[in-house]
Design a protein around this ligand. Structure first.
Ligand code: ZN
Length: 482
């Protein structure tokens, strides 16, 4: 905790953030009599991503496809492509970014799916998910047409009408729509164009579909509340299934967790200085996590392996997808030629942005590459090329959000033992084939003496499992309450 001797006495070290499901504390400071909050901490609480563009100079807070860029010592911030003035300069202290509460919080509110307000009387930040009545949209292709689902926070009347050029218009009186979230679901697979309008007395969502649609049916479904509109394609041929239904947007529930213990069998994974095998350590963590989950029965568990078996990476993805998993967690332990390298880290799938993240991915991908080479595929290909070609993951935003939540729990529970290396992105093959939000955790370094000791201790492995589980519950709470 930070202790601040402020002349106003208004803020001493931290402020409360009231979020659905409990209160959290974040860092607060007073600079020149003005109350500031830690943007880094708030991002952590909300599960958003913040990263340095230029370390010590500018940092970017990313929420879905929107961002705010903060410049240290400047009162100007970039909200997507527009410049905003927060009146007082952004500050940095002990590596955390601080912004003035009254003027910067409304800017974060604009890009957040949650409503974020400063309660000046009670001196706390209130976050509520009830800001919008239309919170999200999902589109899924069915054998005989298209299903459009609008997620609503309460039952709503609605009107449908078609207009020239395959436009389908949905009008919902007395509603507020999270336009940014809905627009982020715009997908060229299903539509040519999409507009979202917020009028004073209603919201309108207009979709320009790829082909004329025949019959329309609609209904309201609860848990979660959704307006479901089925466009039945009368020209569709009897089903020729082309794999799983294509889906954009959230599923109804997050209730099945796929736990992937890395390596196994003839693939030992990393080997510690003391001979500790990654495959054994990670299987133990996976089993501890499975036990925690089974005990509380909030989620169902699927394991890609529960004993010392060799399971190829594509087989792991197949198990995950065919089980209908909602979220995927791959558990590993890291290794490095640098014996001083230590700490835990959480990754999600996206092209690696730095050498360390690339190294972690290369290490975990090694088995896949040796298999592929054995069959003559990809021979001579540059690793980074294969990765960048393969990375097409529409769950990137959810995965990044999930990674941030797990990372945050790790920092709470594990950083007293070892270094927090933060979250990062890299191209992991095991995640690439998985059709659901997914993360890969590196629980610590087997090649570091202190870390290897930690990994060999039951307590640390239990802490890792418990932190992952806490992150999982956080993720469920956020995505099911949207
Ligand atoms: Zn591994």
């Amino acid at each position: 905790m930070l202790v601040v001797l402020s002349t106003t006495g208004a803020l001493a070290g931290e402020i409360t953030v009231q979020i659905p499901g409990g209160n959290e504390k974040i860092g607060a400071e007073t600079f020149g009599d003005i109350a500031y909050f830690s943007v880094s901490d708030l991002a952590g609480v909300l599960g958003h991503r913040i990263s340095w563009d230029i370390p010590g100079l500018s940092a970017e807070l990313t929420v879905n496809r929107h961002s705010v860029v903060f410049y240290i010592n400047s009162p100007y911030v970039n909200l997507d492509d527009t410049v905003k003035n927060v009146t007082f300069p952004i500050e940095i202290k002990r590596g955390c970014i601080y912004a003035p509460i009254q003027t910067a919080l409304p800017i974060i509110d604009v890009i957040s799916p949650e409503r974020i307000v400063w309660d000046n009387d009670r001196h706390l930040i209130r976050v509520s998910s009830e800001y919008y009545t239309i919170t999200d949209m999902a589109l899924s292709e069915k054998a005989n047409g298209l299903l459009i689902e609008l997620f609503v926070s309460e039952p709503k009347e609605f009107e449908l009408y078609q207009s020239e050029g395959n436009w389908l218009n949905i009008t919902i009186p007395d509603a507020t729509v999270n336009s940014r979230q809905l627009i982020s679901r715009k997908s060229s697979t299903f539509m040519r164009d999409m507009n979202v309008f917020q009028f004073e007395a209603s919201s309108q969502i207009s979709l320009r579909l790829r082909k004329p649609f025949g019959k329309i049916t609609h209904r309201f479904t609860a848990n979660p509340g959704r307006i479901q509109i089925s466009l039945i394609d009368t020209t569709a041929m009897p089903v020729v299934s082309a794999g799983p239904d294509r889906v954009v947007g959230p599923d109804d529930h997050i209730d099945k967790v796929v736990i992937d213990a890395g390596h196994g069998g003839r693939d030992y994974g990393a080997i510690g200085l003391d001979g500790t095998q990654e495959k054994k350590i990670v299987l133990d963590i996976a089993k501890r996590l499975a036990k925690l989950i089974r005990k509380e029965k909030i989620f169902e568990v699927v394991m890609t392996r529960d004993k010392d078996d060799y399971v190829p990476l594509d087989e792991r993805a197949r198990i995950a997808n065919e089980s209908g998993g909602d979220v995927f967690i791959s558990i590993h332990a890291n290794a490095s030629l640098k014996r001083s390298a230590r700490g835990f880290q959480v990754f999600f799938l996206a092209p690696a942005l730095n050498d360390e993240a690339r190294a972690a991915a290369q290490l975990e991908n090694a088995v896949f590459l040796s298999e592929q080479t054995a069959f003559g595929a990809h021979e001579g290909d540059d690793l980074s090329m294969i990765l960048s070609d393969m990375i097409q993951n529409e769950f990137q935003e959810e995965s990044s959000d999930f990674a941030a939540m797990v990372d945050r729990e790790f920092r709470k529970d594990l950083s007293k033992h070892t270094r927090a290396r933060g979250m990062d992105q890299a191209g992991f093959f095991v995640l690439n084939g998985v059709y659901m939000p997914s993360v890969l955790v590196e629980s610590a370094f087997l090649t570091n003496e202190q870390d290897e000791k930690l990994l060999k201790s039951k307590d640390y492995r239990q802490d890792v499992a418990e932190s992952i589980y806490a992150g999982l519950k956080r993720f469920k709470a956020k995505y099911e309450n949207k």
